[in-house]
Design a protein around this ligand. Structure first.
Ligand code: ADP
Ligand code: AMP
Length: 211
């Protein structure tokens, strides 16, 4: 049985990019709490309406809402998941263990990157509206501007990927993640990758870890 995989890292550190490659090569399922929340917003649900302003400001949605959404979208007894964007704080890390993972084996990868580099990466991110493929207008552009190479869908910039919001998202990250990293370090399941490297190099490192 494959281990459940938890990707920790700042916004823009490359978790989603690597998750897509891991899914393709290793057959994991990808569950991103950010994607689940954005789907709620797109669907116009009550939950989506409630979280939109919080997400647009770059703050975290409350723990109860996010845990409920995650619980409804994964079954660790059936599949091996990549948890992307969860946990974000120590309470979420403890709840992931007590309410979802409950002792199943897990591997945590922390994407370590100079936070100064992230604004540049994030403001240039574009994602496909249809298939979710991630691009970067500077270092990984689509062949045709704003059109997905993979499915022909429209590429969009996320509302929270604007410079003013990105700065707050990075601050929030700095204020919440270190106890989470310590928690997994103490549990002996933490691996740190240098996420300032290129996409292919990082993937090779992760692949070696998963084999
Ligand atoms: P996260 O899921 O951690 O928020 P993404 O995977 O969406 O991050 O990546 C954020 C942006 O940075 C995207 O535009 C992506 O193309 C780009 N990117 C991802 N990995 C790297 C990398 N190793 N080097 C440079 N740019 C990257
Ligand atoms: P992400 O797609 O991971 O960059 O997340 C985008 C936004 O969704 C964050 O800035 C938060 O507002 C919200 N979000 C995603 N995951 C969580 C989480 N685990 N806890 C609280 N809020 C979250």
């Amino acid at each position: 049985m494959m281990k459940q995989l938890i990707l920790l890292g700042a916004p823009g550190s490359g978790k989603g990019t690597q998750a897509a490659k891991i899914v393709e090569d290793f057959g994991y399922k990808h569950v991103s709490t950010g994607d689940l929340l954005r789907k709620e917003i797109a669907s116009g649900s009550e939950l989506g309406k409630r979280v939109k302003a919080i997400m647009d400001s770059g703050n975290l949605v409350d723990d109860v809402t996010v845990l409920e959404l995650l619980k409804n979208n994964c079954n660790v007894h059936k599949n091996a998941y990549i948890f992307d964007g969860y946990p974000r704080n120590i309470d979420q890390a403890k709840e992931l263990e007590s309410k979802i993972l409950k002792g199943v084996s897990q591997q945590v990868i922390y994407f370590d990157v100079d936070l100064e580099k992230l604004v540049e990466r994030i403001v240039n991110r574009r994602s496909c509206k249809s298939c979710g493929e991630i691009y970067n207008v500077i270092n990984n552009p689509s062949r045709i501007v704003d059109v997905c190479d993979r499915c022909g869908g429209q590429l969009l910039q996320r509302d929270d990927d604007k410079k003013s919001v990105v700065k707050n998202r990075i601050e929030v990250f700095k204020n919440t993640i270190f106890p989470v990293r310590d928690y997994y370090n103490r549990a002996g399941v933490l691996k740190i990758v240098d996420a300032g490297k290129g996409v292919a190099e990082i993937f090779t490192e992760i692949s070696d870890l998963l084999k």
